[in-house]
Design a protein around this ligand. Structure first.
Ligand SMILES: *Cc1c(COP(=O)(O)O)cnc(C)c1O
Length: 361
């Protein structure tokens, strides 16, 4: 008998990712505010491009993504050669860990950081290290205090999920200055567009060889189902990622849809305007009901209740009202619910349901 086959060390420590709920028993069309999706769907131009591209799926897709990278570069005023596109930003965040960290290395992220960071670290065989946050906000000094010679990657989502809080340019610059050259600082910009005045880290990338930013089409662009993200960094980092990604990682359909979505700036402006307006309404309405909520810089808010029992009761009441939100116990917030900012009507429905809930307790 030979020894049984084993996966790489660390892999069996990974718990399966739990996505936002999408069904309520007995309700045919729930209002889904559990995954930070775009309440308006995607741009009509993008869905038309997707339909057209579907006629050509017998052809292999482009391997260099040149046309999508050109569109991204034009809109964001970036060098197209230093953009890489991936199957969601998840793929690029994974490839960064695979390419730069391994057994014996440390991957650092924060207490309430995105649950995938631990998975990326363990998949690469590296050791996850967690820095505490304060007041549900990333703390630069706590991160700096945990950097060791073994630290290879630091993941920070800015704005952060599920808190919606964000670090300003000065705090990020202070962190970037303190990260040694042997370690990459990865700024996950899944919600960067919703943070007014934030460039996603572009200026830091120009000043530091070891800063990387990732962006996605899944949130603002309403294309979570299409799976497209991108990253920007110094050429050396992009060249490394291009070596390890699959040559046909993005389908013809995905490339066409993402490019049209990027070029439809009118739709993007409309979505951003709605989010800014309705986020203020949602936070204000929650506060009026005595539900605490930090100022959010994303397309969701973290609503904090008295305790876990009240949060679960509120979740159950929302479900009875046909509304799905996200439980965030796994992120260290048993007493809170993450609620995606929807349309004006969506926000009215959430506030009406929670007002009913508060009135009945
Ligand atoms: C949604 C999300 C992502 C990535 O999503 P993709 O769909 O893979 O692009 C990355 N980071 C955070 C913090 C997110 O919330």
């Amino acid at each position: 008998m030979t020894a049984p086959i084993h996966p790489q060390p660390g892999i069996m420590e990974i718990a399966l990712y739990q996505g936002g709920a999408s069904r309520i028993d007995g309700q045919s069309n729930p209002l889904k505010l559990s995954s930070n999706e775009n309440p308006f769907g995607c741009s009509k131009k993008a869905s038309d491009a997707i339909s057209d591209a579907a006629l050509n799926v017998h052809r292999y897709p482009s391997t260099d993504h040149a046309s999508l990278r050109e569109a991204i570069a034009e809109v964001h005023t970036l060098d197209p050669e230093r953009i890489i596109c991936g199957v969601g930003s998840d793929e690029l965040l994974t490839l960064l860990a695979m390419a730069y960290a391994g057994p014996g290395d440390e991957v650092l992220y924060t207490e309430h950081g995105f649950s995938m960071y631990r998975i990326f670290a363990l998949s690469a065989g590296a050791t996850p290290v967690v820095a505490p946050e304060h007041n549900r906000t990333v703390d630069v000094d706590e991160i700096i205090a945990r950097i060791t010679p073994a630290t290879r990657l630091i993941y920070i989502a800015n704005p952060a999920n599920p808190t919606g809080t964000a670090l300003g340019n000065d705090a990020l610059a202070r962190l970037a200055d303190a990260v040694p050259g042997s370690c990459l600082l990865v700024l996950d910009g899944a919600y960067a567009e919703f943070f007014d005045g934030y460039d996603g880290g572009v200026s830091l990338i120009e000043a530091h060889p070891n800063v990387v930013m990732t962006r996605t089409f899944s949130k603002l662009y309403g294309l979570g189902g299409l799976r497209v993200g991108w990253a920007y960094a110094r050429q050396e980092v992009i060249d490394v990622l291009n070596r390890v990604r699959g040559p046909f990682n993005l389908s013809t359909v995905a490339l066409a849809g993402a490019e049209s979505a990027m070029r439809d700036r009118r739709f993007v402006e409309l979505c951003l305007k709605n989010n800014a307006e309705q986020r203020v309404r949602l936070v204000g309405g929650l506060n009026q009901l005595g539900i605490a909520c930090d100022p959010s810089h994303a397309n969701f808010v973290l609503a904090r209740f008295a305790d876990e029992e009240e949060a679960l009761a509120a979740d159950a009441h929302l479900k009875r009202s046909g509304i799905l939100v996200r439980l965030v116990k796994g992120y260290g917030f048993a007493d809170a619910l993450r609620i995606t900012v929807g349309t004006a009507d969506d926000v009215s429905r959430v506030l009406a349901a929670l007002s009913e809930f508060k009135g009945s307790t």
